[in-house]
Design a protein around this ligand. Sequence first.
Ligand code: PMP
Length: 381
Amino acid sequence: MSDKFVYMDYNATTPVDAEVVKAMLPYFSEKYGNASSKHHFGNESSAAVEHSRKQISCLIHCNPKDIIFTSGATESNNLALKGIIESNYKENINIVTTEIEHSSILDVCKSLSASGVTVKYVKPNEYGIVSSEDVENAIDDNTVLVSVMTANNEIGTIQPIPEIGQICKVKNILFHTDAVQAFGKIPIDVNEFNVDLMSISAHKIYGPKGTGALYVNSNKKIKLAEQINGGGHEHGFRSGTLNTPGIVGFGKAAEIASSGMYADFQKEIVQRDILTENFLKRISFTYLNGSKEKRLPNNVSISFEGVESGVLLSHIKNIALSTGSACSSATLQPSHVLKAIGKSDSQIKSAVRFGIGRETTNEEINYVIEKVVEAVNRLRG
Ligand code: PMP
């Protein structure tokens, strides 16, 4: 095992499932028609795209026509926030979000506030959970949109989405959730969640990178300004020739997730808890970041106080882990999520994210435990 690379960063991305690759392959060179073309080749692609819409809609219990394909959840989040603000613009407009969103929400909020939109950021509690009452209190007569992520990408905490959705429903305010980390990992029903818009991505569920979607509730006749202008694809919400192979792969990955989610979920919870308990018991001054109960089945975020995470990872180079989220580690900023939940600087600097996946074996879990325990003890002297 010692020479082997161990991948334990499944919150950053996942390998593409072999069945997904198989489903995609014909759509590169055999069935290559443009899904908008009105001839045999185009119809073949368009039928595949519609099949994929159905597969994805089954996983979140929506109408297939409510799925708008995009290039990934970063685009979906941009479309949701900018699209809603642009088409519902009024003076003194505001949106309500949280301090722990992904950068593809927070950076859009920054750019919206530069153009005069007020953004209200709700603070999570020390366990990384936002309270629905705090969201309700932040809403006022000028609020047009609430956006709260379903599960956090760094610490895996799951937010009270159905409750927040219910508040928005009663107040007649649009509700968006970034469900990238939760989609395919925990059951999602857009009706129970009371959401109007939801961002999802293929590459976190063993599908291809560069393919995502925005769910837009068609019952509501939501006004959403297109952010990529062109041929009016996707009901005029998102122009551009559809990425048929990617979309086919996304659909297949969703189908596999819906059939096997329960089994993956059970296995990952057991592995997650073994990992957590071993670290907490065997290494002193070690803290779990975020709620122990309300978290994704596959995420463990731990701070090994006194050992900088970058240094720790450089001592266990054959294990693929993350110091926070893959996206924020690219900018080397201290985690805004850990800051928001009140972690000290030394806890923030020593945080490591373990992401467990469908293919993670018990042998790998034990190997990672031993290697990390040994490295932390060695580095602490
Ligand atoms: N939101 C969350 C919570 C994420 O974890 C990610 C991916 N790291 C994104 C949005 C962006 O998704 P994509 O990579 O499909 O653009």
